[in-house]
Write a protein that binds this ligand. Sequence first.
Ligand SMILES: C[S@@+](CC[C@H](N)C(=O)[O-])C[C@H]1O[C@@H](n2cnc3c(N)ncnc32)[C@H](O)[C@@H]1O
Length: 256
Amino acid sequence: MDSKLSQPKHFESDELSQMPEQRKGKNGDEQIVAEIMRRRFSPSLITTQAWEGFHFVGQEIKITEATDSYGAVVWPSALVLCHFLEMNVNSYNMVDKNVIEIGAGTGLVSIVASFLGAHVTATDLPEVLGNLQYNICRNTKMRCKHQPQVKELFWGVDLEKKFPRSLCHFHYILAADVVYHHPYLDELLLTFDHLCKEDTVIIWAMRFRLEKENQFVDRFQKLFDLEAISDFPSLNITLFKAKRRHRGKWSPVTAS
Ligand SMILES: C[S@@+](CC[C@H](N)C(=O)[O-])C[C@H]1O[C@@H](n2cnc3c(N)ncnc32)[C@H](O)[C@@H]1O
């Protein structure tokens, strides 16, 4: 990681700071990671349709996964981000806020943000939207203050047409595990840039894997003020908060 980046704090939540040293484990995060992973449960009965269960913000969430794409399963970064949102409602209040999730996959993060009171737009590639819409509908109908929307967003494509800057004002952009060995890292950067207004806060759970993808963080930092707010070494996941650096009159960044 770039040395300019502020050192990750070990968890903001009270839960960990109150934990005795010897229970934190060798990476310092085993207890909290176990607590996060316990939020996942399996159905006790065999059902005709497979689903996985999650407990967040006092709600039972049923997620149907598929096997044919990266967006078809719930990745650990999504659990980390959901847990963070649940534990930090005072610092990151979602009530009535406009929130967009990019690379929403199965929709768990968007569902949790909706339970927390946000106006959510969950986005992903066209082939993922059917399952995403199904999970969102199944879990949020009549259970949320604002019914979340599902929308196609292929990073870097038709951004101004689909999300005009004059009309879209997102308070938060949520992203879990969107950086890995795909060829759209430039487009991902363009997308963050396009969706960000001056007061937009990005909350991004990044799983560190290969050096090439990890260099994305350095490129990202040239445009955004980036702060590591939590670190989960056992999972190679860091949770970042970012805001667009001041840029005067807006013009889109160009892909490198
Ligand atoms: C590793 S999955 C993470 C899914 C979900 N956020 C989670 O953590 O469970 C990456 C997600 O990014 C989406 N994605 C990949 N390339 C994309 C692109 N070019 N435009 C939009 N979404 C993309 C995938 O469809 C997938 O849902």
